[in-house]
Design a protein around this ligand. Structure first.
Ligand SMILES: *Cc1c(COP(=O)(O)O)cnc(C)c1O
Length: 396
């Protein structure tokens, strides 16, 4: 028997069959009008998902990390200062990338489990009278800790300080699953990847870039070739690419956005909230708690579950994989072993989530953790029963 359980890692996510089929296409000449016809709906779709009113969408054959590198190298020069809070593995890795590019990163150390510290960001910007800070980096959804940050609040802090820095947002594990408002939040660069909320295989960095960030390219001196937005935009204008694009993924992206929009983006966000809330009810029923410091920080795409004293989150993840064929996320960095993570984003239903919770409980029982089988599942069932929307059955 070939077994395929849903995955509960926070990316890559489960891929809908129709998205897989949309990616599976014969070779297409990327300099032909046929490519331009395929490319345009993907770009326009991303523009709607990000809620952009101006600026450009850039699709690079890469991953989210490449999107970070593109954001930084296109807009900044060696020695420029950027401001970033560090509160998890992903915010840390973005800081590390900037440092390797010889940027001067002003780091606001923030306890893991917290979100972006708005007051400290405003204070740092107010203190920067000479406007040396060129960009504020924000991790919208810290995938390591299951914490979402208030990007509108960061924009408000920047405005309150009257600071002209650009705002770069890592939305890799939030975009297309949680509300995002590029125009409303005054975002200058948003970074996403294909393999999370967009439900595709890995391989595309998806960026929204504001006119202000595009203007910054004129003076930015960090070296860039593969990631150069200027080459990309010049080729786009002619309906093409400066190199070979990931044609299948771009076709899949347009289709995935069709799926998201046929569900309705607001419904997609509501579904993610409902799925996440069911997971949280289960976690509390187990006598555990999310790692996020307070309910306003709870992520709707990933929950890092704090494990009881003496228990090892990584052992649960290993057992789930080896015995039950199901993937959960391990704790990363300073929370290794102290949490395990349940990803609940992308193509996922209540019924699928219940299967994940049931397997997590079996692992806990196997490992001798103090948990009653069925307790978390029952809590999620009660919540889903009361809140689930009737699904429209697929047309015959
Ligand atoms: C997954 C993830 C990344 C890294 O993306 P890759 O596609 O693996 O390069 C960056 N930031 C966040 C918040 C993520 O969840």
């Amino acid at each position: 028997m070939s077994m395929q359980n849903p995955v509960f890692i926070p990316g890559p996510t489960n891929i809908p069959d129709s998205v897989r089929k949309a990616c599976d296409m014969g070779t297409l000449d990327h300099r032909s009008p046929a490519f331009a016809r395929l490319f345009k709906p993907a770009v326009e779709g991303v523009r709607r998902v990000l809620k952009m009113d101006e600026g450009e969408v850039i699709l690079i054959p890469s991953t989210g990390t490449g999107g970070w590198e593109a954001a930084v190298t296109n807009t900044l020069s060696p020695g420029d200062t950027v401001l970033a809070a560090r509160f998890g593995m992903f915010s840390h890795r973005w800081i590390d990338l900037c440092q390797r590019h010889k940027l001067d990163v002003e780091i606001i150390e923030t306890p893991w489990g917290e979100g972006a510290p708005l007051a400290a960001i405003e204070k740092a910007l107010r203190a920067d009278k000479g406007h040396h800070i060129k960009a504020v980096l924000a991790t919208h959804n810290e995938t390591a800790t299951g914490v979402k940050s208030d990007i509108a609040g960061i924009r408000a802090a920047m405005d309150a300080a009257g600071h002209p820095a650009m705002l770069f947002v890592d939305g890799v594990s939030s975009i297309a699953s949680m509300p995002f408002d590029f125009a409303g939040w005054g975002v200058d660069i948003a970074v996403a990847g294909s393999q999370k909320g967009f439900m595709l295989p890995a391989g595309l960095a998806i960026l929204g870039v504001s006119p202000k960030a595009i203007a910054a390219m004129e003076t930015a001196r960090l070296p860039r070739t593969f990631f150069d937005f200027k080459d990309m935009l010049a080729s786009y204008a002619k309906g093409g690419y400066p190199y070979t694009p990931a044609v299948g993924l771009i076709a899949g992206l347009a289709h995935a956005i069709d799926l998201l929009e046929s569900e309705g983006l607001d419904n997609v966000y509501a579904r993610h909230h409902r799925l996440a809330e069911g997971v949280r009810r289960a976690v509390f029923a187990w006598g555990m708690a999310p790692f996020a410091a307070s309910p306003d920080l709870y992520s709707d795409t990933v929950t890092a579950v704090k494990v009881p004293p003496g228990c090892d989150g990584t052992a649960l993840v290993q057992l789930a994989a080896s015995k039950y064929g199901m993937a959960f996320g391990v704790g990363l960095g300073e929370v290794a072993g102290k949490v395990f993570r349940i990803g609940h984003l992308g193509m996922l239903t209540e019924a699928m989530v219940l299967s994940g919770l049931a397997v997590a409980e079996m692992c806990m029982a196997d490992l001798g953790w103090p948990v009653t089988l069925g307790s978390g599942v029952a809590a999620a069932q009660e919540y889903y029963r009361g809140t689930i929307e009737a699904v429209a059955l697929a047309a015959e």
